[in-house]
Design a protein around this ligand. Structure first.
Ligand SMILES: [Zn+2]
Length: 251
């Protein structure tokens, strides 16, 4: 609160004679030149900074993406997983700045594909992790903004939340990879298996499936993140005995 007679802290102190006084009149012209030069330099620096800022934000979402969508490919290559005669070659790529270790992610994804409840159970499909050369598909773990951008170009709306299968790219939303889904109560490793099995399922030709009945296991090709419709969450295409866990095809 201010009072009429009081002095506001913002008020300038009264001027007194001292070392900070203006210099004698003789130096005024020189000082004007120096000030003008300094102002010019500041203006140029400002313009350069502005130009750099514009270039950095040229793609419109520079602030939302820590690395501008730069991916690092896992260097490890694996042996063939499964018995299919023509292994599908896949790469694992992680967007820079996400904090996900590409090698660990590649090992985790390979283990999902190699699991006896996974797609290789049918003995028709096989996969091989590669780090260069041609690949049939790429599993990319990226920030929600980058996932939206890449999936959006394929005409899919991932709205910062979900994964997608775009061309040869399996786009995994970092949020899902790290935190799972409210519809999935198991450990994060289970949810990661669901992500991989669902999207790889699309790569090998499977469409969406619905819940086959109350209390039954949800098919891996069901979009479980949008609700279980009475089913129980499940991340594997096959059960331990090798029976396919399916449901009615979604048109
Ligand atoms: Zn799907």
């Amino acid at each position: 609160m201010f009072t009429r007679s009081g002095t506001s802290p913002a008020q300038a102190p009264e001027r007194t004679t001292g070392p900070s006084d203006p210099p004698p009149r003789r130096g005024t012209r020189l000082r004007t030149v120096v000030v003008a030069l300094a102002a010019g330099t500041a203006l140029i620096a400002g313009l350069v900074f502005a130009a750099r800022t514009v270039l950095r934000d040229d793609d419109g979402d520079g602030a939302a993406r820590p690395s501008g969508g730069v991916f690092v490919t896992a260097k490890s290559s694996g042996k063939v997983i499964g018995e299919g005669s023509r292994p599908r070659r896949f790469e694992v790529q992680v967007e820079k700045g996400t904090g996900v270790d590409p090698e660990r992610a590649a090992a985790e994804i390979s283990a999902v594909l190699a699991d006896k409840r996974g797609w290789t159970r049918d003995r028709r499909h096989s996969f091989r992790l590669v780090s260069d050369g041609p690949s049939d598909f790429q599993v990319k773990i990226a920030t929600p903004a980058t996932v939206d951008e890449i999936c959006g170009k394929a005409g899919l709306d991932t709205h910062g939340e979900v994964n997608c299968d775009a061309g040869t790219q399996i786009m995994v939303n970092l949020k899902r990879w790290n935190t799972g889904s409210p519809e999935f109560s198991g450990p994060i490793s289970g949810y990661r298996a669901l992500i991989i099995n669902h999207e790889v399922g699309h790569r090998i030709g499977h469409g969406h499936e619905a819940c086959p009945g109350k209390g039954k296991r949800a098919p891996v090709m069901m979009q479980q993140i949008y609700g279980l419709k009475g089913c129980v969450a499940n991340e594997w295409p096959y059960d331990a005995k090798g029976r396919y866990i399916g449901g009615p095809a979604v048109p």
